[in-house]
Design a protein around this ligand. Sequence first.
Ligand SMILES: O=C(O)CCC(=O)C(=O)O
Length: 260
Amino acid sequence: MALTAEEIEGFVTDGFVRIPEAFPRSVADECRGVLWRETGLDPDDPATWTRPVVRLGGYGGGPFAKAVSTPRLHEAFDALVGAGRWVPRDGLGTFPIRFPHPDDPGDAGWHMDAGWIPEGQEAGRVSLRSRGRALLMLFLFSDVDADSAPTRVKVGSHLDVPAFLAGAGEDGKEMFALCREMDAAGLLDAPGRPSATATGEAGDVYLCHPFLIHAAQPHHGTVPRFIAQPPLVPAGELDPDRRDGSPVERAVRLGLSGNA
Ligand SMILES: O=C(O)CCC(=O)C(=O)O
């Protein structure tokens, strides 16, 4: 089993679980080599690291396909989302690469990731059935310690989101509008929800509930940080009312129950 019963219950209540060695370190090293070349920067010359964050677009195939399709990860997707309820990926989404730098990166606000972007629009949306997103995934392609800009996550914050989406129907809400609404209610950076950080080793993956509130942070260390944060795309939409629902669905129901 990829996940113990305790880890699964932790995912429901905390909103995330770390999968150590979800893919081989050698694959992470190969991917990082490709990504360094794409940045055009020199891994051995910090003078070339002139910006706090560089974002690269999606990469697929080769080592990227290997990283996202290990049996260990597929078993974990089955355990959290349900067998047959997710779409296999052959690549990864955007890569925010963070460098030690005195400037604020300017993109470190609390938010949840959008599920989908409607045709012809720029703003992403989030719905109660989490259209377009079964999981938020954080793939570590470098070792990430407390100083090297680990992603911050608000433990249990995914349980606060469903109440804001319950009356919004299939089209849900625009993601930034939802964040503003939650902020006004004191639930975006909620004092009652402690922060944790996605530290770990190259090859680890954090599987997170699609509604988990998270944020980047400035890099205060020495070694540039490489992660990817692709969605796991659902096959169909989640059903919070499903009998024997998946852990992702159970968490939505727990949030709606007001007992979270
Ligand atoms: O870089 C990170 O740690 C997280 C970035 C993020 O949350 C985002 O781009 O949506």
